[in-house]
Design a binder for this molecule. Structure first.
Ligand code: CP3
Length: 341
């Protein structure tokens, strides 16, 4: 079995597998070459292009998994939200969701039809990968996707999203319920098309207090994980700045918990317990450090992960655009070398 899938299931592995969030992206010259001619949304909507950029980091880095090239915001488009990506500002939604009436206007989506190009990419990528390199499918978790739908773009304090949560709880609950169904359909369709693991990105959930997470988010994330469990692929549950939420995220679900660099991995493993694997947690900025310091930090992550299985090496968040490619490659080689058993 592929090493990454074995580690996710806490089965014995010949070495610790490694892949990177945002491993396809602007730090790769071959990605920038594609981006010169096509927008992000064009790449996502064109299976041959999305397949090419999914495979670029696999060829160049020797990572132990591919991650589908798509974006967590794509499912919002067929719901009726007008999504664009602007240079510098990131995603923009021209008609964000701000009321119960806005939620009621959202379209019910048939993912096989509306997201057909993404599913075709999954099939194409799978036909190109060898059996040792699994394809990870993904979606945003309901909270993080809802934040974009409500804020209409990236946000620092999530004031608009939290206000809707507090002031119009019925609208909030209805929106999250709608997202659970859509994202569940979308993940199931990705697995049906060939995805061998799924990661749910709850990137911004660390903005919440444990109490608000419990009340406004956990029931929906749990519903989604409960549904996805039946797909029988490993489920990875990831968020950033989740130091006060790890136990609650475990309650919601996931076979693997993604940890950022703010929580040492040994501490995370103690808190999470032996029943789940962990993924992480090198600081993405460590990739900018001199190689000697980078290697020291990689070894520290591996030491804290312990000797056994159940660790997938990754960053604590995505690769940044200016990252030196040779340092990313050096991390893959070092992880494999140090952990060869
Ligand atoms: O290798 C991969 O991981 C590729 C596929 C991927 C993308 N987005 C493509 C993309 C994945 C897994 C995502 C997830 C995603 N998208 C998240 C969760 C992960 C995280 O970073 O926390 C979020 C929050 C988004 C929303 C999003 N997409 C933002 C805020 C931005 C703008 C910021 C930025 O980095 O430019 C995007 C754009 C985006 N999605 C890029 C890529 C490669 C940037 C690239 C470009 O313009 O070419």
């Amino acid at each position: 079995m592929a090493v990454m899938l074995a580690a996710a299931r806490r089965q014995p592995v010949p070495y610790t597998p490694v892949w990177f969030m945002r491993q396809a992206g602007r730090y790769l010259p071959e990605y920038r070459a594609v981006r010169e001619r096509h927008s992000l949304l064009e790449i996502c909507a064109t299976p041959s292009l999305a397949t090419e950029v999914t495979l670029q980091p696999v060829r160049r880095l020797g990572v132990d998994a591919a991650i589908l090239f798509a974006d967590i915001l794509l499912p919002l488009v067929p719901m009726g939200l007008n999504l664009t990506f602007s240079k510098g500002e990131g995603p923009i939604i021209a008609n964000p969701v701000r009321s119960t009436a806005d939620v009621a206007r959202l379209a019910h989506v048939d993912v096989r039809d509306a997201l057909a190009p993404v599913l075709e990419t999954v099939r194409l990528v799978r036909s190109e990968l060898d059996s040792m390199t699994p394809l990870i499918g993904f979606a945003g978790a309901p909270f993080t996707v809802a934040c974009y739908a409500i804020e209409g773009g990236s946000s620092r304090h999530f004031v608009t999203a939290k206000r809707l949560m507090y002031e119009a709880p019925a609208a909030w609950h209805e929106l999250l319920q709608r997202l659970v169904i859509l994202l569940g359909d979308y993940c199931a369709a990705q697995v049906e098309a060939g995805a061998q693991a799924l990661q749910l990105f709850d990137s911004w959930v660390g903005a919440l207090s444990p109490d608000d997470y419990t009340c406004y988010v956990l029931p929906y994330s749990r519903q989604l994980f409960d549904r996805l469990r039946a797909l029988e692929v490993p489920l990875i549950h990831f968020g950033v700045e989740t130091g006060s939420l790890l136990e609650l995220m475990c309650d919601a679900g996931g076979d693997v918990i993604g940890i950022d660099w703010r929580v040492p991995l040994d501490e995370a493993r103690d808190r999470i317990g032996p029943g789940r694997a962990v993924q992480g947690n090198l600081d993405p900025i460590a990739l900018f450090a001199p190689l000697s310091e980078l290697r020291r930090k990689v070894r520290d992550v591996l030491r804290r992960a312990g000797d056994g299985t159940g660790h997938i090496f990754n960053l604590g968040h995505g690769v940044l655009p200016e990252t030196p490619v040779d340092h990313v490659r050096a991390v893959v080689d070092l992880v494999h070398e140090v952990t060869s058993r």
